[in-house]
Design a protein around this ligand. Sequence first.
Ligand SMILES: Nc1nc2c(ncn2[C@@H]2O[C@H](COP(=O)(O)OP(=O)(O)OP(=O)(O)O)[C@@H](O)[C@H]2O)c(=O)[nH]1
Ligand SMILES: [Mg+2]
Length: 200
Amino acid sequence: MVIKNVNLETVCGITSTLPKNLLPEIAFAGKSNVGKSSLINALMNRKAYAKISATPGKTQTINFYNINQELYLVDLPGYGYARVSESEKIQWGKLIERYLHNSGQLKVVFLLIDIRHDPSANDRMMYDWIVEQGFYPIIIATKLDKIKRSQVQKHMKMVREGLGLAKGTKIIPFSAQTKQGRDEIWEFVENELLSQTEVE
Ligand SMILES: Nc1nc2c(ncn2[C@@H]2O[C@H](COP(=O)(O)OP(=O)(O)OP(=O)(O)O)[C@@H](O)[C@H]2O)c(=O)[nH]1
Ligand SMILES: [Mg+2]
């Protein structure tokens, strides 16, 4: 994908009306601090257009990035962030659910998992939730640069088994630092959009 322009077009909080976009949407879900915003920056070839932070809970809204007037990359709020109130967590959950349930343009959902760690109960819940909404999530195993190359296969297996992935579910290892996996993600998105247009 050649990035000509990017624009943070819509920001939705818990009380916002979600936009009725006409362009296809590609969403990124995952626990707080897993690297969603960093991945979106890498995909957009921008250093820090999407706000990233070492403090979890940075993205508390659904952010729609318009790419080339062709599609949207959608940054979802991170879950599992300890330092917010229970009621706030529930409201974010409802916002994400409302989005997954109502977007007519959502074509691909990526679920990000930190390659270093066993998926958590929240990760499994998110995976099941996405599947229940009728999507086939693609897993992105983030922070690939943090483990030794010799450990990659073992960790991918841990992620696959920890989430109880449906057979054939794709896992793409990715590093925002080295950009490894970036081209594969764009290739997947472009192929998916092409094939879905053909079916319609
Ligand atoms: N080494 C390394 N660090 C990463 C990578 N991706 C993200 N990080 C770091 O992890 C931290 C969190 O990254 P974010 O992109 O803000 O994570 P997020 O998922 O958007 O977090 P929330 O907005 O809180 O949900 C930052 O300090 C990033 O620099 C990666 O691939 N490699
Ligand atoms: Mg973020």
